[in-house]
Design a binder for this molecule. Structure first.
Ligand SMILES: [Zn+2]
Length: 272
């Protein structure tokens, strides 16, 4: 099987409530102290996958501070040079050289700067695409729906682009496959990348911390669900599915888990 390397790239920091995002309210007492500060500062990682003659992105990360702070999570920051196109150029790669982009889902902080990726073929689950095109009003912000009138008006970032629409689990290239992990969004998927170390699972926003994979024996939970989801039954089942499939926590890559910060900052290339 074809082997790839993976580089985690942090495109900015978002602020989120530990109680409203990281841990389901039935699990707070096992993870949070009653007087604990509620603010978590989370990375927004995406992943550069190279091998097989391809330069693939799993997601493209978040927007400028201006848009993130004003329209999404107040206090979020994308420092100068943290945008994905700038970080790729620092690695000697032009955005136009990216051959393929596989999206875990289409929330705003996973699709930014898409207009610069002019030659990439785009992949997403059909269910996600169809919901993103016409979300319920509760999710207008998450998808930067045009009805919100976000300025400058190139929203959502994927407007006018064609996607390869996927229906469930499939192999995209030799050594790269996806499987559905709904719960955080209706058509969320995980991307599995084969490396010489083993198979890494890019889990997007299915988890906000690796704690979400831990059991809570006191209440008979096999996982610790986060508190941000569209469907808690799907979310739970997807977490259980990931636990079944991954060799260990080491192979779990998330967009926002605080545990990803160290990997991003190190510049370490997985599977090298
Ligand atoms: Zn999301």
């Amino acid at each position: 099987m074809q082997e790839y390397t993976i580089r985690a790239i942090n495109t900015g920091l978002v602020t989120a409530s530990k109680r409203n995002y990281l841990y389901h309210n039935t699990t707070h007492k096992y993870y949070l102290k009653p007087d604990e500060d509620d603010v978590a500062i989370l990375p927004t990682a995406c992943f550069l996958v190279e091998g097989n003659g391809k330069k693939i992105m799993v997601d493209t990360g978040m927007s400028s501070t201006e848009i993130a702070d004003k329209y999404h999570h107040p206090g979020s920051v994308q420092k100068e040079g943290m945008d994905l196109p700038s970080q790729l150029r620092k690695l000697g790669i032009e955005p136009s050289e990216i051959t393929d982009i596989i999206f875990t889902h289409l929330h705003w902080d996973h699709v930014y700067y898409l207009p610069e990726f002019t030659n990439a073929k785009l992949y997403v689950q059909r269910k996600e695409y169809e919901f993103a095109k016409n979300p319920i009003a509760l999710y207008y912000k998450s998808y930067e729906d045009p009805r919100l009138e976000i300025e400058p008006r190139i929203h959502p970032q994927w407007e006018g682009r064609e996607f390869e629409l996927l229906d469930g689990e499939c192999e995209i290239f030799d050594g790269i496959s996806v499987y559905p992990t709904p719960g955080h969004s209706v058509g969320h998927q995980n991307v599995v990348v084969h490396t010489k170390e083993g198979d890494y699972h890019c889990c997007g926003d299915l988890m906000f911390t690796l704690d979400n994979l831990k059991p809570v024996p006191e209440i008979g939970y096999e996982v610790t669900p986060p508190s941000r989801y569209v469907d808690i039954v799907d979310e739970w089942n997807s977490l259980v599915e990931v636990k079944k499939r991954v060799a260990s926590d080491k192979f779990v890559l998330c967009a926002h888990a605080p545990e990803m910060l160290e990997l991003c900052d190190s510049g370490k290339v997985l599977g090298e």
